[in-house]
Ligand binder design. Structure first.
Ligand SMILES: Cc1cn([C@H]2C[C@H](O)[C@@H](COP(=O)(O)OP(=O)(O)OP(=O)(O)O)O2)c(=O)[nH]c1=O
Length: 191
């Protein structure tokens, strides 16, 4: 039997992005602890969290390649995950207004019966100045609440973006081109 491929994620965006690669895969939700020690550099933090997501799923599918990812926004040295409240979403978007921030996505891959490898990708995103009315109207759409940094570049927040540098899909949650290259190096898809 050739190995299977499992995406360890509950994110519909990650599933849609991975579908672009063109091979069949299963999806398993991953419950992992998302706390990290203060002061952890962002590239390490996203790889650590991606690894935890993979570690939570891989033992139940030992014959599969298992992929997990984690995305955080970094502005002014602050790591922004998903907002817990609308007030927090407001504060995050105010912080991002009129400036450039980094979006980091870490990807971890478990090999069948093997070890886990990981990498991180960064994309810089510059927002136009946002006024409070614009931020409030955006929060009222509900879009920010399940997204790192309180925005979705693939949704209405596209209107906030002046410039990006790096892979767009790193911002949406999975740097697909680098991921596919790493997977090829690791023997996926099987010949
Ligand atoms: C910045 C940004 C983030 N995001 C999303 C990507 C991630 O789904 C989410 C960050 O949370 P994550 O914890 O990375 O992922 P998740 O909880 O949604 O899914 P998983 O089950 O794989 O852990 O923010 C966007 O969709 N668009 C954006 O522009």
């Amino acid at each position: 039997m050739p190995p299977r491929f499992v995406l360890a994620s509950r994110s519909p965006r990650r599933r849609q992005i991975l579908e672009l690669a063109g091979w069949p895969f299963d999806v398993q939700e991953s419950q992992a602890d998302e706390t990290i020690a203060p002061g952890t550099p962002p590239d390490e933090a996203v790889q650590l969290l991606a690894r935890r997501k993979v570690e939570a799923v891989a033992p139940s599918v030992p014959d599969a390649y298992v992929l997990g990812a984690d995305t955080i926004v970094v502005c002014d040295g602050r790591l922004l995950g998903k907002p817990r409240t609308e007030e927090e979403a407001f504060a995050m978007l105010r912080l991002l207004s009129g400036r450039t921030h980094d979006v980091w996505t870490g990807v971890a891959i478990a090999l069948p019966h093997g070890s886990i490898t990981s990498f991180a990708e960064k994309t810089a995103v510059t927002f136009w100045e946002l006024d409070d009315e614009e931020i409030a109207a955006y929060i009222a759409t509900g879009e920010p609440m399940d997204k790192a940094g309180a925005y979705g570049i693939q949704g209405r927040a596209a209107l906030f973006v002046k410039r990006i540098e790096g892979d767009y899909l790193t911002v949406v949650g999975l740097p697909l081109s680098r991921t596919v290259r790493e997977l090829r190096r690791l023997g996926w898809p099987p010949a």
